[in-house]
Each structure stands twice: as C-alpha cells, then as structure tokens.
Design a protein around this ligand. Sequence first.
Ligand code: AMP
Length: 461
Amino acid sequence: MTVFSSLPLSPAVLANLQQLGYLEMTPIQAASLPVALAGKDLIAQAQTGSGKTAAFALAMLAKLNPRWFAVQALVLCPTRELADQVTGEIRRLARAEENIKVVTLCGGVALRGQRASLEHGAHVVVGTPGRVMDHLARGYLTLEGLNTLVLDEADRMLDMGFFDDIATVARQCPANRQTLLFSATYPEGIEKLARQFMHEPQRVEVASSKSEGQIAQRFFEVTRSNRLQAVGQLLRHFRPVSTLAFCNTKQQCKDLVTLLQTEGFHALALFGELEQRERDLVLAQFANRSCSVLVATDVASRGLDIDQLEAVINVDTTPDPEVHVHRIGRTGRAGASGLALTLASLQDMGSVGKIEQYQKQPSTWYPLDQLAPTSNAPLLPPMVTLQILGGRKEKIRPGDVLGALTSTEGGVAYTREQIGKIQVTEFCTFVAVTRDVAEAACAKLNNGKVKGKSVRARTLP
Ligand code: AMP
C-alpha cells in the first residue's frame, strides 16, 4: 500500500498531506513509516530528494503532545542548510496540528536569540551537533522530555567528524526514546552508532537506485605489456572525476600509481600495509574529490564508501565473479550513471567467462586503439585538499574551519560552494576547497585564526 491513509495517521494530518500534494508515499516513506509509527528504532538508507524528511517527521509528530511544553523531538543534521530545509518541511507537515513550535539551532547565529526561542517553549529542535551541544552545556536546552531522536544524513555527520558530539548529545536523551537514523551510505561508524545508541533497530532499504542497468560495463583486451598504459588511455578518453582502479596485487598498485603520476594524473595508492595516518591522508583526498584516481587492492578498499564515483577500472580481472560485482557496484550510486571498465588479457578469459555466467550477461568488448583523448587539457581533480595541523586533540570542529574560511576578516570570504568536505582526524584536519582558490584559502587560514588560535595549513600536492 502506498497511500498515506493506510497508516495510523489522524484525519487532520491526512488532509494536510493531501493539501501539500503528497498523494502517495515515496518508497522510503512506505518502507519506514510503518516501522517508525510503531515506535521502533530504525536505520533507513535514503538520499536527499527521496522524501526522507517526511518519513521521520510524520512519525515524530504523531507522538508529539502540543499541550506539553517540552522538547519532545530532536533532529541532528550535518549542516545549517539541511537543518533549515528540515525545519521547513517539519513546519509544513505540522500545520495539521495546533501550534507546534520548531526551533533551529545552528552555528553562525547568536546564541542569545536561540536561547530566547527555547525559553518560549519548543516542541521540536532541529540543529547541528556542535551548536546543540553548546545549548546543552549552558543549560539552555534540556532533553528530559525527549521521545524521538533523529540522526539525519548520519554518514555526512560522521564524515565531518561529529561522532563524539552525537554521542554526547545521545547520552543526554532518555533511554526509552525512539531513535531514527537516516543515511545515504553505510560507513563503518554507522554500525558503531547503532550499537551504542539504538535499541534493536530495524533496517529498511528501498530497492536502491543503484540498479545494475545504470552501470555501463565495457571490456577491453590488453596484453601483459600494455595493461598499465591502457589505464591512462581510459582516463584521457572518459575523463571521470573520480575513479577507483583495482589491482590484484600490492606491487601492481605501486607500479600503476608511479606510471599514472609520471603521466600527470593525480593518483594515489591504497594497499594493506599503509599506516593509519597515511591511509587517512589518502582516503581524505579521494573522498573530497582532490585526487582523480585511487588505485587499490580489494582488501584495502574494504569499508571504503564513496558516494560519487564516476568510474571503476578493473586493471586486473578478478578470478572471483562476486568480487567483480562488488567492485563495479561502487559506481553508479544514487541515481548517477557509472562506468565499469575491465581490462582482460587472453589469460583472463576464464575469469571473464565466470563473470558472464554469474551476471547472466555476455561481456561487450571495445577496441582500445580507438580510445582517443577527448580533451587537450590535463585531467585535474576539481578540489584541492588543505591540511591543517591540529584536529580532535585541539578540539577543532568542522564548523570552526568553515567559520574561518567564510569569515569576512582578513580578505576574501569564501562561499559554502567553494568549500567541500571537512574532515577532522585526531591530529589534523582536512578541508577541500575548489582548485581556483586553493592557494589563497590556504594563506587565509595561515594568516587568520581557527577557534581563536593561529594554525598552520598547507595544500596537499
Ligand atoms: P526530502 O528527501 O525529504 O528532502 O524531500 C524531497 C522533496 O519531496 C521535498 O520537497 C518534499 O516536500 C517532497 N515530498 C516528500 N514526500 C512526498 C510525497 N509523498 N509526495 C510528494 N512529494 C513529497
């Protein structure tokens, strides 16, 4: 059933949905709402645009008592933009009821006004983890009456280094609350959140937009001597922004990265024996789109979760067809189309046959020699990573870095669009900025202050 009237919602809520033009549930709503309305904890895999906000907001509002002035629901979001959007959607959905007050708590705005809004009585709070913590610490906000905790875009919050902040907030919520977690991807940290802060969560996943039809598979015949050169040829022809290239051995990874770097590509290798610090450095650069090609072995790429990956190249064909499907499934996510390119020599034909059988589809072959470069410009990643010396140990938060770059003090104020992922690790912080402003943004960080202190920053090559 995909009609809202199949759910235990009040006539007023149903009438309001009708007025909003929400005639049918979206797939994520149809999968989540019965579980969430039954009061169970939920982990839902959903992207922006899927209708996920209404999926948690309707469940949260159904339990809310408008005549009781206490914060009964809290939604944590990674960014102010998302918090504003979520607030808007909750207000639209809450119109059905009398006077439900929703307050947004994000950084970049004076605490005083937010405190006053809280004092006037709020039923629902939507905010970013850092600012919500500030209010809790000052005693402006209490969560004793909380029924529902929502973690929205949990993967992005983890990406931004908010794990500890989320944990601090969750510990201040009553134990018998309901927790709803929404995330587009499942990096390792999600499990950890679920284990620590959720009670027998039910998982829902809608038939994802990652259907295999959206992955264009192409096979190319190579020989032992031209296999590695073929990778550069593919890159110059297809020009994917981010490519994950799989090799079967560590040595092959090293050889390929050396060759690609000589050819002018921004390529990095990920293999088993890297130290955690080196691994963080490589992953941060690839995930924030300042490295074009990540060359990895299957084992090293475990747990790697990148949402925008234009291409996967199987530099070596894998003899295990399940591994093949897993490799290529990393591209073509979230409705985007993906390219899966496989290089195979005559010796690999046995493996290719197994892959065809497993996928129940014949491979389509294309001639390598017809792959001409499609541009004269070098393939450059759109972003550059700035590394700031100082991380969680120095209590740096993503918002501090964002604040330093967007402030009008000390020259140009950068816009949110020029700033990419911000990742805080134990000892350092990575922030991606668009290539055109990289040097200037780095100088701004070096000359200005982050969290009231001078910092040292450098651009990563
Ligand atoms: P979201 O994924 O929550 O950002 O929602 C994406 C957009 O879809 C928002 O503009 C919602 O107002 C809209 N929306 C959510 N649920 C429905 C629905 N069942 N029918 C039509 N539109 C919807």
